[in-house]
Design a protein around this ligand. Structure first.
Ligand SMILES: [Mn+2]
Length: 424
């Protein structure tokens, strides 16, 4: 592990939360992520299934967790056998005693015993749950093993109630424990360091990917796994393309540089966006746009508090952005009244203000979830004007607190004057 050991109390708490939400006479199975093929005989760098990590802290492939309330024993962990002939090539695999220290689970078996134990538990259960990444934004044609297993369960056990575990997992993962917030803070601090390392390199002539390499180096050097998501490093016109990730253009003095990036530490994400003037000085027009987004950011950040929703924040943001667009003379009052299919602001602001952040950058939870202390969200207003090659988005990672929120990225400079003076 590259990260400091996480107290296994966290994973115990997490399992208890899920067990409490399971109806009487339930057994639930969660699989580790499969190794995803890359090309040739290579796999992509392994990343654990977020639900599996949340419940076990185990980052090894071919692992399975069962949670069941049908008998004395509530937890079963299955691991691949650490055979010398496998370890010769792949390095040491987890021993039971190590897996116990990580997860806090004592009831550990070989993966070869899974079918037998699962089938016994099924006999005693009325409800069967299978782990499934049901993120509504995930679009894939791949038939993933957890989905396949769920289909098989439903076909095989017609007399049982077979369900996906995702609603229960969402409910549990939405509110972060203090240990989780500490990990997101650590990821945010590493992201902050990368910002400062990049600052002197935001100069014409360098390529966007050279800045990416500084980021990557800073992340890895500080114990992060790497990027929580493919970083967006764009300058000029490309700042207006929301998910531009090619990062292959040359920086040009006088352009804006937009960086949407974040490190992933112990599988926890951070998410930050900053905009710099390439060469160190914003033009008058760029600064007008920048200040428009900056003032929306400051106002909407104060909106986040318990009982609010992302949906409500979105409405509020759109109102604020509309006002700014009127001041910038990008839209007129008559554009607002004579709107077409989309409101007038939509041409310049077309995305959501927030998403939840946790083990996934776009973490579980929908826009109508009522915010509670311990939830972690992004705040990211933007204005994109392709004609002027000005794309500005400003984004921090926030923790909802009893009285409002805590901005984990407050110390990453956002004030345009401060940015200019740092770049001198
Ligand atoms: Mn974001």
């Amino acid at each position: 592990m590259r990260y400091a050991k996480i107290p296994n109390k966290l994973f115990e708490k997490n399992r208890d939360k899920v067990l409490k939400l399971l109806p009487t006479s339930s057994s639930a199975v969660v699989f580790s992520n499969p190794q995803m093929p890359r090309n040739g005989d290579e796999f992509h760098t392994y990343r654990q299934n977020s639900d599996f990590f949340y419940l076990t802290g185990i980052c090894q492939e071919k692992s399975v967790l069962i949670l069941s309330n049908t008998g004395e024993q509530h937890e079963y962990l299955f691991l691949l056998e650490a055979k010398p002939e496998l370890e010769q090539w792949e390095g040491k695999k987890l021993q039971n005693v190590e897996a116990e220290a990580i997860s806090g689970m004592k009831n550990i078996f070989s993966i070869s015993q899974f079918n037998e134990i699962w089938n016994e538990l099924v006999q005693k259960s009325d409800f069967l749950f299978y782990g499934l990444n049901n993120n509504p934004r995930l679009k894939t044609d791949l038939l993933l093993p957890d989905k396949l297993f769920g289909q098989e369960l439903a076909e095989k056990w017609k007399n049982k109630d077979v369900q996906s575990l995702d609603k229960i997992m969402t409910e549990c993962r939405l509110v972060k424990e203090p240990e989780e917030i500490a990990l997101i803070k650590k990821a945010s601090d590493i992201t902050r360091q990368a910002f400062f390392e990049i600052l002197p390199h935001a100069i014409g002539g360098l390529f966007e990917y050279e800045l990416e390499s500084i980021m990557t180096s800073c992340f890895i050097r500080n114990g992060a796994e790497g990027h929580a998501f493919s970083p967006i490093i764009s300058n000029g016109e490309n700042t207006c393309y929301l998910h531009y990730i090619k990062n292959d253009q040359k920086l040009k003095d006088g352009n804006l540089l937009l960086m949407d990036f974040g490190s992933e530490y112990a599988n926890y994400a951070s998410d930050c966006t900053r905009v710099l003037p390439v060469g160190g000085k914003f033009s008058t027009k760029q600064k007008m746009y920048y200040n428009a987004v900056y003032s929306v950011f400051k106002e909407i950040r104060n909106f986040y508090a318990p009982e609010k929703t992302i949906e409500a924040a979105q409405k509020e943001t759109c109102k604020l952005i509309q006002e700014e667009l009127l001041s910038l003379k990008l839209i007129s009052k008559s554009d607002i009244y004579n709107r077409g299919e989309k409101p007038a602001y939509y041409k310049y602001y077309m995305h959501n203000i927030s998403h939840f952040i946790g083990l996934d950058t776009h973490d579980v939870g929908e826009k109508d979830v009522v915010l509670r202390p311990g939830m972690v969200i992004s705040c990211e207003p933007g204005i994109y004007d392709l004609e002027n090659k000005i794309g500005i988005r400003l984004e921090d990672t926030l923790v909802i607190t009893e009285n409002g929120n805590l901005d984990l990225m407050e110390s990453i400079p956002m004030n345009p004057e401060e940015i200019e003076s740092l770049m001198k």
